[in-house]
Design a protein. Structure first.
Length: 223
């Protein structure tokens, strides 16, 4: 029988937290750039761009600023390529699947909140975490992306929890995630295995900073 309090929930970022998506993102961004006559970006450059959603990644990768109608063509090309290739090299980080199973076995409701577009989030959740994570929220029309707290609040509602009364944690790997947690007044567990360094994350003074997925479980067990 679980020793956890019944009203505990954990919300996870996706890219850089649960999944290493960098190689597939880089391939699709570079295919888009080269298709329109621009030079490819390095893996490290794309890594630094991830966190604010697909549109921001492409805008940062482009060497020029485009008119909205022209940018729409680039975005469309990227989405068409990425939708067919988002699982080529993407994989869960070591220990993530065990962490999620442990949390589910302890009857803790789990959700994913990402700035990736909704269809992409759902596809990856269904491919890797269908047995453990019921709620998957991505970038949607009418909802402000992270660092606005809207998507976290929606996840809390769908999990049947109350942000004012329940013990809820947000787990992420970037400055965007830390800001989101603060805007939602929810403690962040920042992870160092993702797209930002430990030094970058520590400088932002997250509530918790962990190096391995099993440390996430330990933090929740102590609460």
């Amino acid at each position: 029988m679980s020793t956890y309090q019944p009203k505990t929930g954990v919300i996870f970022d996706l890219d850089g937290t649960l999944l290493d998506t960098l190689a597939d993102l880089t391939d699709s961004v570079n295919q888009t750039l080269m298709h329109f006559g621009y030079k490819a970006r390095s893996l490290d450059e794309i890594k630094s761009f991830v966190g604010s959603g697909i549109k921001k990644i492409i805008k940062k990768a482009l060497p020029v600023e485009l008119k909205s109608e022209d940018f729409a063509c680039y975005l469309s090309y990227f989405l068409k390529h990425y939708s067919k290739n988002l699982k080529n090299k993407t994989k869960p980080y070591s220990g993530v699947l065990r962490m999620l199973k442990q949390l589910k076995d302890d009857a803790i409701p789990l959700a994913i909140v990402s700035n990736k577009y909704q269809e992409g989030v759902e596809t990856l959740r269904n491919s890797f975490f269908a047995d453990t994570v019921n709620i998957a929220i991505g970038n949607q029309d009418g909802m402000m992306p992270k660092p606005a707290p809207d998507s976290l609040y929606l996840a809390i509602c769908k999990l049947g929890l109350d942000a004012n009364k329940d013990r809820i944690f947000f787990v992420g790997d970037s400055e965007i995630d830390i800001l989101t947690s603060r805007n939602a007044n929810i403690p962040i567990i920042a992870v160092t295995w993702g797209f930002r360094t430990e030094e970058q994350l520590a400088a932002l003074n997250p509530a918790y900073l962990v190096n391995k997925p099993e440390e996430v479980i330990k933090i929740i067990k102590k609460m």
